[in-house]
Design a protein. Structure first.
Length: 256
């Protein structure tokens, strides 16, 4: 029996979905920025991290201050980035999406330089990317810029995933694939979430439309059964009545 809060709906045209992928901990197996900091930053980065975890500062301020503490010649930074692996099924997932006419974008609160170098090594460097911008200052010093920040962002994120994805979607439904706190705001707006780790817990607690998705092998299977929500959040208008439920058939999504 399908979940009582779900309803069967006809499949969506493929181009009615925008697929949004987080990077750190989702495409990449690890948090790459944490890897850079633990190897190359002055010890004070950990106190800044503690302030962020305690909610005393936002992620934008946290990362700006931490990157300022990095001391790494570019060659050393590149050498570390070249050891970072991604989910082995991610390139195939991208190919599956493209075969269905789905656009895949990477929206991350991480660092563009790291993401582009890692994706290039795995042959998927042609994906649209929105993230924080690393500025090379010369020698072993760096700074961070935030071209996709939003001053109204309650989380103080460097990259406002809601703002970027809303602009890119242009009315299409949004599928978010992610794992952590930087995805929380967008998960509340997305039409469907493929979630793991902290993001999965958040979706369960907030009753958000989601499926557990530990990796991109699972995402490839779920993608085959993805259906369009028959009711969309009002774009720029009144909120939907609380009795309107997410409309994805879990029975169909999981069992085909």
């Amino acid at each position: 029996m399908p979940d009582s809060k779900m309803s069967f709906v006809p499949p969506a045209p493929a181009n009615d979905w925008l697929v949004i992928c987080d990077f750190d901990g989702t495409i990449a197996h690890v948090d790459v920025t944490d890897g850079v900091l633990s190897r190359f930053a002055l010890p004070q980065w950990e106190a800044i991290e503690a302030d962020w975890k305690a909610g005393q500062i936002g992620s934008r301020e946290c990362m700006a201050r931490q990157v300022d503490l990095v001391r790494a010649p570019r060659e050393a930074l590149d050498a570390y980035l070249d050891t970072v692996e991604i989910d082995p099924d991610f390139p195939a997932f991208v190919a599956d999406c493209r075969a269905r006419g789905l656009e895949v974008v990477v929206i991350s609160d991480g660092i563009d330089y790291s993401i582009r170098r890692i994706l290039a090594r795995h042959g998927v460097d042609d994906l649209p990317l929105a993230s924080n911008r690393l500025k090379l200052l010369g020698g072993d010093r760096y700074s961070l810029e935030f071209p996709e920040a939003n001053t109204k962002c309650s989380a103080g994120s460097g990259t406002c995933k809601c703002q970027v994805s809303g602009r890119r979607a242009s009315g299409r439904s949004r599928l978010l694939i992610g794992d952590g706190s930087s995805d929380f705001c967008l998960a509340a707006e997305a039409d469907m979430v493929f979630a793991k780790d902290k993001l999965l817990t958040r979706c369960i607690e907030r009753n958000l439309p989601h499926r557990a998705c530990p990796d991109f092998a699972s995402a490839r299977q779920l993608l085959q059964r993805l259906e369009r929500r028959s009711v969309h959040r009002a774009r720029g208008g009144a909120e939907l009545h609380p009795s309107v439920s997410p409309v994805i058939s879990l029975e169909t999504l999981v069992n085909g």
